[in-house]
Design a protein around this ligand. Structure first.
Ligand code: DLL
Length: 418
């Protein structure tokens, strides 16, 4: 494995040095030449890459191939309203499909199975990423996307669907719908591939019990590829990371130095075969630990533990990435409000909810209910446009939200992820 990683790293470093100005400049600044990287052990000499680097080079600045070689674009939502844009060559897509096919195989899904893909299709990597992987495996794909749960349930029963890929919170909602419709015993579901948002081992077990299936955790991020970077096997003792394609490092977010095996830190990933958007030591901000012990399932790949959260302030609500600063800039656009706000995130009936308390400017705070109702609707609309999620807005009187001398508290997350 390390011989393979070494060869691939050397190739990747040469590729970025010669084709991405950003990396050439970064390496030159620290006096590093491609020839200095002789093997995987030299990885620590390389500079880190962050989400800001991608944003600063929006949209295609970090692409390492001509646009004619890019066959697909995806995007993930961002703080400034500018999305992070990612691209793939034909080979990148093939490798992505291979990674997802491995995950599905690990979850016991085969060619003869029928799988519903209920991640969103579109710029989000979930839908198409899982779709291509399932097709690669030869399974029969039902591209449901999200939005119509009753139809999903009907087709699940009618087609004899036996696998599903969706966010864990959506799967719980599907479970409730099946229960309401008295259909739990009528379906043939045996496995689920869930990810895109943090969830707990308890939630995984609840899903397994309620649906009588085996539920698997799948991890990935747009910048590195999309779903399928890592996933858990039937032993559920950490997520196997495909080390032949992605070199993982666990670092301290403060010192940026590697932490010991088993210790919690931030996951940094170097892509080892990506052509369109190769990234060196990309800081995912996701907190996990790593183990190099052989798994009971027999696989020898390194395993990362279930994610403990993120080192930045990004919230994932119904699978959508939401940053408090998006709310802030939306409110600043409106004028009648102050930028004092509080986001209250909760999980009601297994569905994430977002309520935003907004302070109204003194001069606009009137007793006229009609006027305030109009303003509430306007704010909800502007926020929805900014983050792509429906929100409940509650106006509060000027100066009622708590001020802070240090960091402002913008978020109360009541979701219990125990
Ligand atoms: O969420 C890719 C994906 C789609 C993964 C479908 C799995 C299934 P992004 O929208 O770029 O990509 O969001 C990436 O989501 O950095 C994590 O913080 C979080 N995340 C993804 N999977 C998991 C997981 C997709 N299994 C960000 N557990 C990542 C916890 C996850 N967090």
């Amino acid at each position: 494995m390390s011989a393979l990683q070494s060869a691939r790293l050397v190739k990747t470093v040469n590729h970025v040095y010669h084709n991405v100005e950003f990396y050439r400049n970064k390496m030159q600044k620290i006096g590093l030449e491609p020839g200095d990287i002789k093997g995987i052990e030299d990885i620590t000499k390389l500079p880190y890459t962050t989400k800001d680097d991608l944003r600063d080079n929006y949209p295609f600045g970090l692409f390492a191939v001509p646009q004619s070689e890019v066959v697909r674009i995806h995007a993930s939502s961002g703080t400034t309203g500018k999305a992070t844009i990612v691209g793939y060559t034909r080979r990148d897509i093939e490798i992505w499909s291979e990674c997802v096919a491995r995950v599905l195989t690990m979850a016991g899904i085969h060619k003869n199975d029928i799988i519903q893909i209920a991640y969103g299709y579109g710029l989000f990597t979930g839908g198409l990423g899982a779709h291509y992987g399932a097709e690669n495996l030869g399974a029969t794909v039902v591209p449901m996307s999200t939005g119509n749960t009753k139809k999903l349930v009907t087709m699940m029963e009618d087609f004899g669907v036996n696998a599903i890929a969706c966010t864990p919170s959506y799967l719980l909602h599907i479970a409730e719908t099946l229960e309401e419709m008295n259909k739990i015993d009528k379906i043939q579901l045996k496995a689920a591939i869930c990810g895109a948002e943090p969830w707990t081992e308890n939630m995984r077990k609840e899903i397994e019990e309620r649906l009588h299936i085996s539920a698997h955790d799948i991890y990935g991020l747009s910048e590195i590829m999309g779903p399928g970077v890592a996933a858990d096997c039937s032993y559920h003792k950490g997520l196997h990371i495909w080390e032949d394609y992605f070199m993982p490092e666990i670092i301290s977010p403060e010192t940026l130095q590697p932490v010991a095996e088993g210790e919690l830190g931030e996951l940094a990933i170097t892509t080892l075969t990506k052509e369109a958007l190769p990234l060196l030591r990309y800081r995912t901000k996701d907190l996990t630990s790593i183990s190099y012990e052989k798994c009971e399932c027999g696989r020898t790949s390194a395993r990362i533990s279930r994610f403990k959260g993120r080192s930045d302030d990004m919230l994932i609500i119904r699978g959508v990435n939401v940053f408090p600063s998006q709310i802030e800039s939306a409110l600043l656009e409106i004028g009648e409000t102050t930028p004092h706000y509080l986001m209250i995130v909760d999980r009601v009936n297994n569905h994430d909810t977002l309520e935003v308390l907004v302070e109204v400017e003194e001069r606009f705070f009137s007793d006229e209910i009609k006027q305030l109702e109009g303003l509430t609707k306007k704010i909800a609309h502007v926020i929805q446009q900014a983050i792509g999620l429906a929100v409940k807005v509650k106006l509060v009187e000027p100066r009622t939200l708590e001020r802070s001398e240090g960091k402002a508290k913008r978020v109360i997350d009541k979701r219990q992820l125990i």
